[in-house]
Design a protein around this ligand. Structure first.
Ligand code: CP
Ligand code: NVA
Length: 308
């Protein structure tokens, strides 16, 4: 039994195998209707619980469709409807669910909830986003980069904006896949130092550059995300906008990167805030490939977890 909790807690060999398997499964389905079963039905007879304590479009639909394509069944559970949201402990929830289902995917607030679920579950647990990280997203993003530009090793990725959960998983990925990452954003919203130090210890360059135009020089990939995450209080919106507006990804910023630099955003986006529509819908944007690859990458993650 293998959990998928974070990119830094999954070995580089396993990460590589997951990406390769995602690509192979994607190409094997070319031209098939979305609801068609994969020929080998690797999740035949398996039941997967998908728990959401926060809203979701991509994670919810891509996990649900992915399990069904592989021949398994799903149940989508909202945290507030479960006893979990009314005082039952995470440990008891994990032990009970393990008697009914073969795997658990959870999107939650505190990382501790995910870790406790994994500690007490006797089935694999997958991180579908916490306040701190979003590893499934970054697996899809690595797959997407490789499909467009080949290996990401040695490339320069620039994160512009909030040093949030998605940024943290990108920094994890820098260490594991061997690429350099420059963070450009306000000091108050820097990623946690522990992420930066851990990646640096793996031999990659993680830089912080306050000037976004300087930061994107030589960039192969420019990435951003919402300025106000689901766990941020709505009251922080104005302060965050004031801090972050300088880091908007617009055509001027993209023009300072390499001419073939890709643009990524995990979505959902607030168009004209963190990125302009001109960039999001521009020739170097791969935002919808990222969204599609959530499906393929997560199918590979689920097979990895179940050894299926
Ligand atoms: N990118 C992402 O995780 O999207 P959802 O919040 O729609 O799942
Ligand atoms: N940083 C965002 C990502 C959403 C997929 C959030 O946590 O709300």
């Amino acid at each position: 039994m293998t959990h998928f909790l974070d990119i830094n807690t999954t070995s580089p060999e396993d990460l590589r195998a997951i990406i390769d398997s995602a690509k192979a499964m994607k190409s094997a389905r070319q031209g098939q209707p979305k609801g068609a079963l994969d020929a080998d039905k690797p999740l035949d007879g398996r039941m997967v619980a998908l728990i959401f304590e926060k809203p979701s479009t991509r994670t919810r639909v891509s996990f649900d469709v992915g399990v069904r394509q592989m021949g398994g069944q799903t149940m989508v559970l909202s945290g507030t409807d479960m006893q979990l949201g009314h005082g039952e402990t995470i440990a008891d929830t994990a032990r009970v669910l393990s008697r009914y289902v073969d795997m658990i995917m959870i999107r939650t607030f505190e990382e501790q909830t995910l870790l406790e679920m994994a500690e007490y579950a006797s089935v694999p647990v997958i991180n579908g986003l916490t306040n701190r990280t979003h590893p499934c997203q970054i697996m899809a993003d690595i797959q997407t980069f490789e499909e467009h530009r080949g290996s990401i090793a040695g490339k320069k990725v620039v994160w512009s904006g909030d040093g949030n959960n998605v940024c943290a998983s990108f920094i994890h990925a820098a260490g594991q896949f061997g690429f350099d990452l420059t963070f450009t954003g306000p000091e108050k919203l820097d990623p946690e130092t522990v992420f930066i130090e851990e990646a640096r210890a793996k031999g990659v360059t993680i830089d912080i550059e306050r000037d976004p135009i300087k930061a994107v020089e030589g960039a192969d990939l420019v990435v951003t995300d919402t300025w106000v995450s689901m766990h941020d209080p709505a009251s922080a919106r104005e302060r965050r906008h004031n801090l972050l507006h300088k880091y908007q990804v617009n055509e001027r910023l993209m023009a300072a990167a390499k001419p073939d630099a890709l643009f990524m955003h995990c979505l959902p986006a607030h168009r004209e805030d963190e990125a302009t529509s001109a960039v999001m819908d521009g020739p170097n944007s791969v935002i919808f490939d990222e969204a599609e690859n959530r499906l393929h990458a997560q199918k590979a993650i689920m097979r990895h977890c179940l050894g299926a």
